[in-house]
Design a protein around this ligand. Structure first.
Ligand code: CA
Length: 386
């Protein structure tokens, strides 16, 4: 049901929604006292509605995103923080087996080392999303989780701050992730990812640990492919050992051998900018980072930032800088043209996900283009020609 337009009607509709939601929350184990304290005076936030409905016209090319993520300033600050918090990081590596450089890289990218945690009241944002967001079920589930956090006494309703989408604290955990994965590492009885650094970094390390982190393994390697390589193999769903990839002609970009301890790891070939750009074999720890945030560009940024902290991580391959990223309208056009040619990918939405990449690959293969599944203007031009 679309919310009524008039502000008075809207407030009435929200009050009705809140009454119904209160019953749902109480059934889920929230006490009336917690609910009424946390939700007192809460109104829908128009800024949250605007942010939720804002679909960007352009997606930054991955190399522009990486330039920002791996800025000299962020690298220098991360290196200094690794020294400053060495003792805490020693204890965390011992407890969770997770590489400190990756933990600090995530901290740097999620909240710029605690600078940007979001200053919106999470209960208000989530109530807005539950009432009139694009994904009301997400809002409801997260709001109940947020009320559980308040009920457990970890933080006051006023201290439960985060982004408009409900990502909270220095780890940017959504409430359900917090409930399962947040850690009280400083032992004061509260899981505080807002102001306690031990709790923050332990929560991140714990999350990676339970997401399949393999101690001692790298995240991956930059690699090169031989001429005539079959790019349909470059897909996160294709997993092989490094030895098997070597048989496909894949080599490390720096000419060295893969580390012996990594040779049995399940590796996938990842081409962040298609076949013209740099290539990476990514392994279990890259996948663990992906479970933190499902964007492959994000996982690559965390991985490379962790390497930069160690003084490595410069990319040898070059980016296809002359390639213009498609606009959302063009991505939708590409999708509907593929649908029209029988490469079914579902309703065009401008988001190039698994089904779109699969359809692009099949089309590229059929017309003799390198089948990397990457949405470019050359694929769109080819589709427009016939
Ligand atoms: Ca604590």
């Amino acid at each position: 049901m679309a919310p009524p337009v008039g502000i008075h009607d809207r407030n009435n509709a929200f009050a009705d929604w809140l009454t119904a939601f209160r019953a749902e929350a109480l059934k889920a184990g929230i006490t009336a006292k917690t609910f009424d304290r946390a939700m007192a005076g809460v109104t829908p936030d128009p800024d949250v509605v605007a942010a939720d409905h804002n679909q960007p016209e352009f997606v930054k090319p991955v190399w522009v995103y990486l330039d920002g993520a791996l800025s000299d300033k962020r690298v220098a600050r991360g290196k200094a923080l690794l020294v400053e918090h060495r003792k805490l990081l020693d204890r965390l590596e011992k407890a969770y087996g997770v590489d400190r450089h990756v933990v600090v890289a995530i901290w740097g990218l999620e909240s710029n080392f605690g600078d940007f945690m979001g200053s919106q009241r999470v209960v208000r944002s989530l109530a807005t999303l539950a009432f009139e967001g694009r994904r009301p079920d997400f809002g409801r589930t997260q709001l109940i989780a947020a009320l559980k956090i308040i009920q457990a006494g970890d933080v006051d309703p006023d201290g439960l701050l985060g982004s408009w989408a409900g990502a909270m604290g220095q780890t940017q955990f959504i409430p359900t992730t917090y409930l399962v994965h947040a850690i009280d590492f400083d032992g004061d009885g509260r899981r505080d990812i807002w102001t306690s650094l031990p709790d923050t970094l332990a929560s991140t390390a714990h999350y990676l640990d339970v997401s399949g982190w393999q101690p001692g393994e790298r995240w991956g390697y930059e690699v090169t492919m031989p001429v005539g390589f079959d790019y349909t193999l470059a897909d996160m769903s294709v997993k092989k050992s490094l030895d098997a990839w070597k048989k496909n002609g894949i080599k490390r970009a720096d000419g060295r051998e893969f580390a012996a301890r990594d040779t049995n790891a399940a590796a996938s070939l990842f081409l962040p900018a298609g076949y013209k750009g740099p290539a990476f074999l990514v392994m279990n720890n890259f996948r663990a980072i992906l479970s933190y945030n499902a964007s492959t560009s994000y996982a690559l940024a965390v991985s490379l930032l962790s390497d930069r902290f160690r003084g490595t991580g410069a990319i040898k391959g070059s980016w296809p800088l002359d390639e213009r990223p498609l606009t959302r309208v063009e991505r939708e056009e590409l999708q509907s043209r593929l649908n029209g040619k029988g490469y079914e990918l579902g309703k065009p939405d401008g988001i190039i996900g698994f089904n779109s990449r699969k359809a692009i690959r099949a089309y590229q293969k059929a017309v003799g283009m390198p089948a990397d599944g990457y949405a470019t203007s050359s694929v769109l031009d080819r589709l427009r020609r016939n």
